[in-house]
Design a protein around this ligand. Structure first.
Ligand code: KG4
Ligand code: ZN
Length: 352
């Protein structure tokens, strides 16, 4: 029997049993990560190798450097993950991998490694959408969470409000019309002279500042649930440049706090409105920006007032990791979705 026939038969058996232990690989941007996940909810082991120090001197991710580092890291990260779990490749049921969206060179490393492992071990290969992975981090953090719910996905490349109708079934309610939320945080941080990665640095600095020191615009968009962050970012950049031109001090902590306040108000207002208007009793947060302290606190307050249950992963599962890919991979496998060895990276893959 050839690989693809045998992989399909195994996938059908796993689906019928309702159980699977999955080795997952994530390499879409600047983290090389591997995890072993049981039944989509339980982390057996998870390893994240961050490239932050490599890119920090350039002020952002350099795609070519990211790809080269993934090549060096992917095998050791997978080995460490298996070792930590006390397992060998023979003990896992399937291999899941992020195949998009992301940097094409970076994605290709994870996809190639996953294909080689799946083929060598004769296991099914599961293709996973990175954004679906972010949403699925909530299934690991909240064992009782089941669709339907509304999810705000805010990362470095995406800002979406989606309704999760069922596992793997999404309705797009709104999205950003220009910059992603994380991108706006990173650009604001850069103009304040904070090192890469800007979002978490700005979050930290904003705790020392006054969020009402500076009045920044609450940008309106034609779509009820759509976002726009570029006006907010430009207002902040203009404020900082004006202060510098006038030879005045730039109160970085106050500016950071005011920016974070304005961005969080925008994100939370529309997300809660979407949950209310779609009569969803549960709201989830996902993506790197979901680790922002201001967003977590404000969403807590607003959801509580609206009588909506708020769920969110711990910060380590909000930023890129492979555990979330293993969770999304499990539910794909349970729907019979596996890939052949012709799986390719898909840099602009969409969720909906
Ligand atoms: O989801 P993620 O790890 O990677 C992508 O898929 O893009 O998100 C990374 C983004 C970056 O823009 C980063 O600055 C932002 O999430 N981020 C934060 C925080 N932690 C990460 N933004 C604001 N506050 C944070 N604490
Ligand atoms: Zn991500």
């Amino acid at each position: 029997m050839n690989y693809e026939q045998s992989a399909r038969e195994q996938a059908d058996r796993l689906r019928a049993s309702g159980h699977a232990t999955i080795l997952a690989i994530e390499s879409s941007c600047d983290e090389t990560a591997a995890a072993i996940i049981h039944d989509g909810r339980e982390i057996v082991s998870s390893i994240i190798s961050s490239q932050i120090p490599l890119h920090a001197m350039y002020g952002g991710v350099v795609p070519e450097i990211a790809s080269r580092k993934h090549v060096e890291s992917v095998d050791p990260v997978v080995d460490e993950c298996l070792k930590k779990a006390g397992m060998t490749l023979a003990d896992v049921d399937a291999v899941a991998v992020t195949y998009g969206p992301g940097l094409v060179g970076a994605l290709l490393i994870g996809v190639s490694a996953a294909k080689a492992l799946a083929y060598a071990a004769g296991k099914p290969l599961i293709p996973v959408n990175h954004i679906e992975g972010h949403v699925s981090a909530n299934y690991i953090a909240h064992k009782d969470l089941e669709p339907p719910f509304v999810c705000l996905v805010a990362s470095g490349g995406h800002s979406h409000i989606v309704r999760v109708d069922d596992y793997g079934v999404y309705t797009l309610l709104g999205q950003t019309m220009d910059d992603a939320a994380g991108e706006a945080f990173d650009k604001a941080a850069r103009v304040l002279g904070l090192p890469y990665p800007g979002g978490p640095m700005l979050d930290k600095l904003s705790r020392e500042g006054n969020p009402h020191a500076l009045k920044l615009p609450h940008v309106q968009t034609p779509g009820r649930y759509d976002y726009s962050f570029s006006g907010l970012k430009t207002a902040l950049i203009n404020t900082v440049h004006k202060l510098r031109q006038n030879g005045q001090d730039v109160p970085a902590a106050d500016i950071a706090a005011s920016f974070q306040y304005a961005a969080v108000e925008l994100l939370s207002d529309k997300a809660v409105l979407a949950a209310k208007e779609s009569a969803s009793r549960v709201m989830a947060l996902a993506g790197g920006v979901a680790s922002n302290s201001g967003l977590r606190n404000t969403m807590n307050d607003k959801c509580q007032k609206a009588g909506i249950r708020l769920v969110m992963p711990p910060p380590i599962l909000c930023t890129d990791n492979a555990a979330m890919i293993g969770s999304a991979g499990f539910y794909r496998l349970m729907r019979g979705e596996i890939a052949g060895l012709d799986l390719n990276a898909c840099p602009s893959l969409r969720l909906v």
